[in-house]
Ligand binder design. Structure first.
Ligand code: FUL
Length: 629
């Protein structure tokens, strides 16, 4: 006993001071820090979001809430086909849109009959959320859920009873579907809908109606402590402010959400101007998530089979999301039959191979490096740490050295066009910027620079460079950390889609002309112009039969004038008009892509009128109108 005590004393006296020293010696954390759940999420980098509800069967982007559940009858629903395609492409998780704005629940909830239980699918005994969960797990992916707050079906929407029901739905999802990596709450809420047959517009007070902070999110925290809560403004990750999938060139993980006109920022009512960029020194760690559909819209539309994003487009998104410290959330849209179209599968497969082939050989492997300053002589801060695969092992300079340089000697001459940098974010986002130079003909020449490094930064060079000696100049307001330096060469291979179903072609613009006068041209910084009109309708003279019209909203990130609801009329004399189609351009504000209205047949009229039944602000704006034969 006595002997053991002595020994213990020896161990305590001998070891603790050393441990204590190493601890004291680490740079002090800077600013706000990521939580454990955020660290885990940063490591995930990519996952998918699946939109599949009665809206799929209606060929719409937002269901109105009036679809008869009888239409929800997939013939060959195959969650495994979807999960397998995503996993093979390197995605680490799947999020099931358990309920979209149409209100239809993909699981047999106790809160409403408007669910799979009322559909013919699996004779009303199925649970699609469960199938997605199992398929995710079978494919070694994590699972999460999206539960739309806006419910265009529920008759209780707008009254106190609805948020109570919403919270029960959330509890069901948080309880019965295993460990979840996210609870995703989109910002679109309030507006017109079916609401149990009343067909009206219902607005709610977005700051208080859902009780996000005091009643709703605590359910997630209690039942799924590791689930990242997504909303426009956090608390765990923020919307990047667009649906192109691009974070800002500079994108800080730190963020201070801003309200509009002094109002508190809440989901669906906040200022998104800074969302792509974050806030340097912001109040919270709320990194960006880039949600982007694999097709033009979030739901499947047969006429978009040829518009599936190519592997190269997905790779660009990867560089501008994951490569800017954000995560990539790619929207998958199964066909009505219940699985992904071959074009979507093929593009995913090639994209996965591209990422894998690009990043599996790090050309900096075997390099040696020397820093202008190293912190102590401990391995903990050694420069070699930037070459290992550990995101948290790191290099740091001595106290008060805020702008160290690192010289890197590669094993050989290497040809690369992507540079990867990472900080040890457990100590905060410290680096302001990094400059990369190469040694060329006796001189140091700058080849790249980047601000905001964080969890992961990929710098894509405009062309490949061959070098064997490089220098990194770090700039920070405190002692920086660098946990990774990697060099890669983008992998490329030929790609084309196997099937094409879009038989339509755009009419040559000599075959139609706009008759309206009174247009003001609005031009943005990228010289992309749109017209602003005094009238609410555009009249075209047509010289050929048409089967569809395409409306491209303004592309300059402004919302003023964007058409939300439309009506199409035709005429032979420009006097008496026949209405042929009316509807809404759902989700057009968040995702301003071309909206194609199909007439279902070829029409031969002399005049066509596009009426803006509802638009943002006081003047309709249009970037382009296209006609299809
Ligand atoms: C948006 C929704 O309005 C879209 O329909 C889609 O679900 C997207 C992911 O979030 O807010």
């Amino acid at each position: 006993m006595f002997f053991m005590k002595l020994n213990l004393k020896f161990i305590f006296l001998g070891l603790f001071p050393l441990l204590g020293m190493a601890q004291e010696n680490a740079p002090k954390p800077y600013g706000v820090l990521p939580s454990d759940r955020q660290l885990k999420w940063h490591e995930m980098e990519m996952y998918c979001l699946i939109h599949y509800t009665p809206t799929t069967f209606q060929d719409k982007e937002w269901g109105y809430g009036d679809a008869d559940p009888i239409i929800f009858n997939p013939k060959h629903f195959d969650a495994n086909q979807i999960a397998h395609a995503a996993a093979k492409a390197g995605f680490k998780g799947l999020i099931s849109v358990a309920k979209h704005h149409d209100g239809f629940c993909l699981w047999p909830t106790a809160t409403t009959n408007y669910s799979v239980a009322s559909s013919p699918w699996e004779n009303g005994k199925g649970d699609m959320v469960r199938e997605f969960m199992q398929a995710s797990h079978n494919n070694n992916m994590e699972f999460g859920v999206y539960l739309s707050a806006w419910d265009r079906n529920d008759t209780r929407y707008g009254s106190d009873a609805y948020p109570e029901a919403y919270r029960i739905q959330l509890k069901e999802l948080m309880t019965n579907y295993g460990p979840l990596f996210t609870s995703w709450h989109d910002g679109a809420n309030g507006g017109d809908g079916y609401y149990g047959g009343l067909n009206e517009k219902r607005t709610i007070d977005r700051s208080s109606y859902y009780g996000w902070e005091d009643k709703t999110w605590p359910i997630v925290r209690e039942l799924q402590p590791m689930a990242m809560i997504f909303s426009d403004v956090g608390p765990d990750m923020r919307w990047v402010g667009n649906e192109h999938g691009f974070a800002g060139e500079t994108s800080w993980a730190t963020f201070t959400p801003k309200g509009i006109d002094g109002r508190k920022p809440v989901p669906g009512d906040s200022d998104y101007e800074e969302s792509p960029y974050g806030t340097r020194g912001g109040e919270y760690w709320i990194p960006a998530e880039c949600d982007v559909p694999q097709r033009l819209g979030w739901f499947y539309h047969q006429n978009q089979d040829d518009k599936v994003k190519t592997p190269n487009q997905l790779f660009e998104i990867y560089l501008k999301s994951v490569g800017r410290g954000a995560n990539m959330n790619l929207g998958l849209a199964p066909m009505p039959d219940g699985y992904l179209h071959p074009n979507d599968v093929k593009s995913l497969e090639y994209f996965g191979r591209k990422v894998n082939e690009t990043f599996h050989i790090n050309l900096a492997k075997g390099a040696t490096a020397k820093a202008s300053s190293v912190r102590g002589d401990s391995k903990e801060f050694a420069i070699q740490n930037i070459f290992d695969n550990d995101r948290y092992s790191y290099y740091a300079p001595a106290d008060s050295i805020f702008t160290p340089s690192i010289e890197i000697n590669l094993e050989d001459n290497q040809e690369f066009d992507i540079i990867r940098l990472r900080e040890n974010i457990k100590l905060g986002q410290r680096l302001d910027s990094v400059q990369v130079e190469m040694f060329d003909n006796g001189d140091w020449v700058k080849i790249a620079s980047a601000t905001s490094i964080g969890a992961n930064r990929l710098i894509k060079l405009s062309q490949p460079i061959i070098a064997n000696r490089l220098r990194l100049n770090l700039f920070a307001p405190v002692e920086p950390t660098l946990s990774d330096f990697g060099l890669f060469k983008e992998f490329d291979e030929d790609f084309s889609f196997d099937t094409s179903s879009d038989k339509r072609e755009r009419l040559n613009n000599s075959l139609y002309s706009l008759l309206n006068a009174g247009m003001t041209v609005v031009t943005d910084d990228n010289s992309q112009s749109s017209g602003s009109f005094n009238s609410k309708d555009l009249v075209f003279e047509l010289k050929a039969p048409v089967s569809a019209i395409g409306y491209l909203p303004r592309q300059d990130k402004q919302l003023q004038g964007i058409v939300l609801k439309y009506e199409i009329l035709v005429s032979n004399d420009n006097k008496s008009w026949k209405s042929i189609k009316a509807g809404e351009f759902s989700n057009i504000k968040a995702n301003p892509v071309e909206q194609i209205v199909d007439f279902g047949e070829s029409l031969n009229y002399k005049f066509l009128k596009l009426v803006a039944k509802e638009f943002v602000g006081d003047k309709m704006t249009v970037a382009e109108v296209y006609f299809y034969n």
